[in-house]
Design a protein around this ligand. Structure first.
Ligand SMILES: C[S@@+](CC[C@H](N)C(=O)[O-])C[C@H]1O[C@@H](n2cnc3c(N)ncnc32)[C@H](O)[C@@H]1O
Length: 417
């Protein structure tokens, strides 16, 4: 990840040089060398010989863009997406399914060296590499929807997104028509989310959402959807105000849900099997979908979730052996009086607070099942747990095909005293 200072240090080059790619970075870019300096080349593959344009330079590394592929990797394929060359969303559309799998395992193994793990990494594939995403956040500019270009905040428009579900893609022409009929200022993002019943669309404004909601023209264009206008910094925050302008106000745009239904199901089934028959805490439990599944197999389940709307959803599906606690894990874990056998940690990208990890150690919880979508905080937290816990196995759940993002399950067991 580029830090702010490095970004400021960038100088623009347009020099063309040759390089051979010998590795892949944790962000999915090929890694080469030129003049003894490391160069990251997005959308390249190991073993490729390339001519690249040096686009950015920091005092530690360069960033290059492919101008000519001299020798391609044998697994290189044509991207399914016409925007792949410019888009900052996907990293692996240019290689086969198997190649992506191998690269992801390699990336994770490289990271795990930092915690001394040299064992095997299992891999659970997605049923689809395209059309799997049930939720997308679009950028907006001048009434158009799109994404940012690779490693920038430069907007480009898209007509569709091949990794988004069909229903989301089908909604885009309507959203475009609606945006063209209105001249919204202060519109930050458009979120489109599919659930089992319908498609929800949320227009997030930095201000005046109420006024826009009242005066929106031609809202009937969106009559097939559940439509919300929101005001706030980020949609997920409890502080963000949502106004339902059309359809079912119960559609939950805000609460977290996994973006890939098939892989989420595989992850949840795995966790249920691991926790079978035990008293388990499902920390960072979201809308309680996993808690409910756990409740069918476990003695007792405690879900802890700080977001009110997600907690309320979990309350609607609770069973006799499932308790939903609304609040921060760092405050609520210690309030559980029962002896806990296992804990599932599925935090947001920021990972767990040190006090949560300390509480797990203090309570001598036998098993920790850590689900993470961010290496940096996963590695940091494993290091803390390793004092009392040993890694038993690791599995990638390929929640985000075509991108370098990984969902990782680390199973840890308490060391004998
Ligand atoms: C990655 S999501 C996982 C949700 C759930 N496990 C699932 O599979 O749907 C992380 C969740 O943790 C919640 N969260 C973030 N920080 C928290 C904290 N300190 N205490 C409790 N919940 C938190 C978020 O609101 C979000 O619902």
């Amino acid at each position: 990840m580029l830090d702010r200072k490095s970004l400021i240090d960038y100088t623009l080059y347009m020099e063309k040089v040759k390089t051979q790619i010998f590795d892949v970075s944790y962000e999915g870019a090929g890694v080469g060398k030129t003049d003894g300096q490391i160069v990251f080349v997005p959308k390249s593959l190991p073993e490729e010989e390339l001519e690249i344009e040096i686009q950015k330079k920091t005092n530690k590394f360069l960033i290059g863009k492919i101008s000519k592929i001299i020798k391609p990797n044998k697994n290189r394929i044509t991207a399914a997406c016409p925007y792949f060359d410019v888009c900052g969303g996907c990293d692996f559309q240019h290689c086969t399914d198997e190649c992506e799998r191998q690269l992801k395992i390699h990336i994770l193994k490289n990271e795990l060296k930092k915690v001394g793990f040299n064992g095997d990494v299992e891999f659970e594939s997605s049923d689809k590499r395209l059309g799997y995403r049930n939720k997308i956040k679009f950028e907006v500019k001048d009434g158009k929807i799109g994404y940012f270009k690779t490693k920038s905040h430069n907007f480009f428009e898209v007509e569709f997104c091949p990794i988004a579900s069909k229903k989301i893609n089908d909604s885009l022409p309507k959203i475009k028509e609606f945006l063209q009929a209105n001249n919204f200022e202060n519109l930050q993002n458009v979120y489109v989310k599919e659930n089992e019943k319908s498609v929800g669309i949320c227009f997030l404004f930095s201000k005046n959402a109420k006024k826009y909601a009242k005066n929106a023209k031609k809202i009937e264009i969106l009559s097939n959807f559940d439509v919300f206008f929101a005001f706030g910094d980020i949609l997920e925050s409890d502080k963000t105000k949502l106004i339902c302008v059309l359809g079912d106000k119960k559609f939950d745009m805000r609460a977290f849900s996994q973006v890939n239904n098939f892989v989420a199901q595989k992850l949840y089934e795995t966790l249920c099997n691991l926790a079978e028959g035990q008293v388990v805490v499902n920390a960072y439990s979201g809308q309680g979908v996993l808690s409910k599944m756990l409740a069918q197999k476990c003695k007792l389940v405690y879900g802890i979730e700080m977001q009110k709307s997600a907690h309320n959803k979990a309350e609607l599906i609770k069973t006799a052996n499932m308790t939903n606690i609304c609040g921060k894990v760092e405050e609520k874990l210690k309030t559980i009086n029962k002896k806990v056998d296992a804990i599932i940690l599925d935090p947001a990208r920021a990972g767990c607070q040190a006090s949560v990890l300390q509480e797990i150690k203090n309570r001598k919880i036998e098993k920790v099942f850590y689900v993470s979508c961010n290496f940096a905080t996963l590695i940091r937290d494993i290091k803390i747990l390793q004092e009392n816990y040993a890694i038993q196995s690791i599995k990638i759940f390929d929640m985000f095909p075509m991108t370098a993002s990984l969902e990782t399950l680390v199973i840890m067991g308490r060391k004998a005293n």
